[in-house]
Design a protein. Structure first.
Length: 251
């Protein structure tokens, strides 16, 4: 009788272990990829509660949430032969969990390597000015290439962003000098444009005065009023040109 109870207890214990090993739970963002005697089952398990056959089935959990991948800094030579150090970040998620497990050994490592090589290749085809000013365009090119390369692994790359671009100190000083020279050029152009417009207005004023000589007299009186209102100790009175011309003619 005791032996029977012991045997029954052992059986119940084994059944409990079997049930614990067979019952699995997957979260909403998880899927279980099951291999039965080495063969892939057609449908992933989860989310929720499901059963596995102990010893026969082996499960691999796959996270379906968006993954943030930091691309390590890469040494890149741009198209105009400028050495830069660039790092980036990529956001991707698994859309086909079976392919992510079966088609590639380690999808995280593979995606990181593809991102690094693509970053060096794409940036090497652009000039430094494009890298600094056309960041969105370069991000779109990186996203498209990396997404196409990782699609057979069941991965969807949604965003790739170039974060930091480190430029050598010598190049930074050269760019600063170039920017300063550009600002000086613009200032000179604006000043020349202002002088040209002022000369145009003076020409128009001269034409008006030539057609209406009384306008010069009015301007003369206005100048006298302005001089009278000033606090200068020395005042020079302008003389009309016609008065001076009379003395010149006598000579």
């Amino acid at each position: 009788m005791d032996a029977a109870l012991v045997a029954l207890g052992v059986i119940l214990f084994l059944l409990a272990l079997f049930a614990i090993a067979a019952i699995k739970v997957a979260r909403e963002y998880e899927r279980g990829i099951v291999f039965r005697l080495g063969r892939l089952l057609p449908q992933p398990k989860g989310p929720g509660l499901f059963l596995l056959i102990p010893i026969v089935d082996r499960m691999v959990r796959v996270d379906l949430r968006t993954i943030t991948l930091n691309i390590p800094p890469q040494e890149v030579i741009t198209k105009d032969n400028v050495p830069v150090r660039v790092n980036a970040v990529a956001y991707f998620r698994i859309v086909a969990p079976q392919d992510a497990i079966v088609q590639v050994e380690n999808f995280m490592v593979a995606t990181s390597q593809i991102a690094q090589t693509t970053l060096r290749s794409v940036l090497g085809q652009h000039q430094l000015d494009e890298l600094l000013s056309e960041r969105e365009k370069i991000n779109a090119i990186l996203q498209e290439i990396i997404d196409e390369a990782t699609a057979p692994w069941g991965i969807k790359v949604s965003i790739v962003e170039v974060k930091d671009v480190e430029i050598p100190q010598g190049m930074q000083r050269a760019m600063a000098r170039q920017a300063e020279a550009e600002r000086e050029r613009r200032a000179k152009v604006i000043n020349a444009e202002g002088e040209y417009q002022a000369s145009e207005r003076l020409k128009d004023a001269a034409i008006v005065i030539e057609a209406h000589p009384i306008a010069l007299q009015l301007r003369y009186l206005q100048t006298l009023l302005e001089l009278g209102a000033s606090q200068a100790t020395t005042i020079v009175f302008p003389a009309p040109i016609d008065v001076i011309s009379a003395f010149i003619d006598k000579k």
